[in-house]
Design a protein around this ligand. Structure first.
Ligand code: LAC
Length: 284
């Protein structure tokens, strides 16, 4: 829809990606968009891809946390890494499979790639939800909302009211402390509600990935929340976690370090510990 390029849908279920591709092409044809969608069950077809978006894995069921998927999805994603190594080793990779931050780390280490090339999509999705709540609570257009969500895409997510604004005017001038708490709580819990209502989240994650790809393809250098490998930033090393990053044609070009206050730092530290515990379980 954003005319960023052709798309290949790969799935192990025979017929499903081919059917999705047909449906998508029908929509694009009517809109006069010349990007082509193809479906395949053959990984070899990914040869020559500029981007690989890793969504393979099982989704969480109502009542599960993202971290509950660790073992099952780590095994699936390791298999996908072997295919990427064979067919698209120079592509830029966006990991979407949960638990997002540990699996971004797994892909980075399995492929031996660099942190500019391999990133995870979690914060962008949390940000979409945070923006929606901010607009609802304040009654101000979604278009005027600027916001940021960092830390783990999971139990220690950190929506940052202090770094959010309505057209540059600090959000704190529009909401009470109690409303701020409520905004953060809702942002953290709303995915579970979508899952219990319709089984999976679909449109917002797809849009979030596109926004990341667009910033790279067009070399926009947008600052977006991305799961990236820390190398000293925020006082940590060797862990992937959501932080604001500049995305341009090199991929993840720079991590922006925010001056967090004590409360914010506490949640961020818990997020890092949670991801570090998870990645200990990988045999890399
Ligand atoms: C979500 C799941 C996919 O937040 O992590 O929608």
């Amino acid at each position: 829809l954003r005319e960023l390029g052709d798309v290949l849908l790969l799935d192990i279920v025979e017929g499903l990606p081919q059917g999705e591709a047909l449906d998508i092409n029908h929509q694009l044809a009517e809109q006069g968009i010349d990007c082509i969608a193809r479906g395949s069950n053959n990984y070899e077809d990914m040869k020559g891809s500029n981007f690989v978006v890793v969504v393979a894995g099982v989704g969480r069921k109502p009542g599960m946390t993202r971290m509950d998927l660790l073992k099952t999805n780590a095994d699936i994603v390791k298999g996908v890494c072997d295919k990427i190594k064979n067919y698209a080793p120079d592509s830029k990779i966006i990991v979407v499979t949960n638990p997002l931050d540990p699996l971004t780390y797994l892909v980075l280490k399995s492929l031996g790639g660099n942190r500019k090339q391999i990133i995870g999509m979690g914060g962008m999705l949390d940000l979409s939800r945070f923006k929606e709540h901010i607009s609802t609570v304040t009654g101000i257009s979604r278009d005027s909302v600027q916001a940021m969500v960092i830390s783990e895409h999971g139990e220690n997510m950190l929506p940052l009211v202090r770094f959010s604004s309505l057209s540059g005017i600090p959000l704190t001038e529009f909401v009470t402390a109690e409303q701020s708490e409520d905004l953060a709580t809702k942002t953290k819990s709303i995915a579970a509600q979508v899952i219990s209502l319709k089984g999976a989240t679909v449109y917002a994650p797809g849009n979030a990935v596109s926004t990341m790809v667009e910033s790279i393809v067009k070399n926009k250098k947008a600052i977006l929340p991305v799961s990236a490998l820390l190398e000293g930033e925020y006082g940590y090393n060797d862990v992937c976690i959501g932080v604001p990053c500049v995305l341009g044609d090199e991929g993840m070009e720079k991590i922006i370090e925010l001056r967090l206050n004590e409360n914010e730092k506490q949640v961020f530290d818990l997020g890092v510990q949670s991801v570090k515990n998870a990645i200990k379980s990988f045999s890399l």
